[in-house]
Design a protein around this ligand. Structure first.
Ligand code: SAH
Length: 359
């Protein structure tokens, strides 16, 4: 039994079944045994691979959009370059390499990383240093100083804990984690949720319908929106998810690139849930920013010339087969092209960053 499972069982024994949101929060973020604290395994050899780990082309295109936005903002200096959940810092380094064509932008940068995992912080610091960059690390976005901002978050929001409510008879029940008759961790129906907590159109949903939402994601999107209402800036949010609400249970566990049981070996697998872009946009715009998209990652990258970028890399000697594979993975419907989406948030007086105005 994993060390975290022992702790979770002790908590259930002491205080009763645990809300799913707390279970997911512990699995990912327990200070000692949480997945991102103890065993973050991102990349080719890890539990999951992200777009920046597939190819440098992803970060180069994101970098180009941010650089363009900086110019549209009137090239402010200093400007905060903020990343939420930077993983191995691969995306940040690809963005910074793109910025080299704009020495004024490089000189204006003040880099802030929002990262809770000490292990990943150390890895990020090491890799940034290798390339001559320094940054400041924070536990939450609230600690990042105010001012003009370029923000990026790739596969960050999917790692925030979700809650679920299940339709049972004429009521809604909170989904909880408990210990089943077979002595394994099990999902159970918890206390009744007041109908007023359920969005009006869904209150009479069919038996067994699962409603999932992510309070932490909405809160952070609201913080970003509030910042963009006060200072010029743009935020690019990339993740796998959907536009339509009420999509049901999307909680999944990934271990060594295979789907696993989210209740098996807590803390040993990456747990994620689909991102509700409509909810993020609503939180951000309520706080005063504008929201653009989301558009499919494939559309985003293709409209911004990822094909041309691949041609250039091929011409300069990169392996043609690797490039074709990476392109397909990043933009194809069988890879991340359709499921992954990109949303931009901007200060209210800024134009839509490309390609949102046209897509
Ligand atoms: N953006 C990277 C890594 C994605 S994995 C990439 O694309 O490769 C998720 C990242 O978010 C990890 O760095 C993880 O440690 C971090 N993270 C997860 N929950 C967090 C939280 N609540 N606050 C800050 N960082 C968090």
């Amino acid at each position: 039994m994993s060390a975290l499972e022992t702790l979770i069982r002790a908590e259930i024994a002491a205080t009763g079944p645990m809300p799913l949101e707390r279970y997911m929060g512990l699995c990912l973020g327990h200070p000692e045994h949480g997945y991102y604290m103890a065993k973050p395994a991102i990349g080719a050899a890890g539990d999951f691979t992200t777009a920046p780990e597939v190819s440098q082309m992803f970060g180069e295109i994101v970098g180009a959009v941010l650089a363009h936005a900086w110019q549209a903002m009137g090239s402010p200096a200093p400007v905060r370059l903020v990343e939420l959940g930077p993983g191995r810092a691969t995306l940040m380094l690809d963005i910074l390499r793109t910025f080299r064509v704009l020495p004024d932008l490089l000189a204006a940068l003040d880099i802030h990383m929002v990262e809770t995992s000490p292990r990943l912080r150390a890895a990020q610091e090491y890799r940034l240093k290798e390339h001559g960059f320094t940054a400041t690390w924070h536990d939450t976005i609230d600690e990042v100083p105010s001012g003009p901002m370029l923000l990026v978050a790739n596969e960050f929001f999917d790692a925030l804990p979700v809650r679920q409510r299940v339709r049972r008879g004429a009521s809604w029940r909170a989904r909880m984690v408990s210990i089943g008759d077979d002595d394994r961790l099990a999902f159970i129906d918890g206390p009744e949720v007041p109908a007023t907590d359920i969005p009006e159109p869904l209150r009479d949903a069919a038996e067994g319908t699962v409603l999932e939402d992510c309070p932490a994601a909405r809160e952070i999107a609201g913080r970003i929106g509030g910042r963009l209402a006060r200072d010029p800036g743009v935020a690019l949010i990339v993740d796998y998810g959907y536009r339509e609400p009420a999509h049901g249970d999307s909680l999944q566990a990934l271990r060594e690139k295979k789907f696993a049981d989210p209740l098996q070996d807590p803390g040993m697998a990456d747990l994620t849930a689909h991102v509700d872009f409509t909810a993020l946009a609503a939180s951000a715009t309520t706080e005063g920013s504008k929201a653009w998209g989301p558009i499919a990652q494939g559309t985003f990258l293709t409209s911004l010339g990822i094909g041309l970028r691949a041609e250039r890399l091929r011409a300069s000697g990169a392996d043609a087969q690797d490039l074709t594979h990476a392109l397909e993975r990043l933009t194809g419907a069988g890879g991340m092209g359709t499921l992954f989406k990109v949303m931009a948030l901007t200060a209210p007086d800024l134009p839509a960053p490309p390609p949102f105005g046209t897509a």
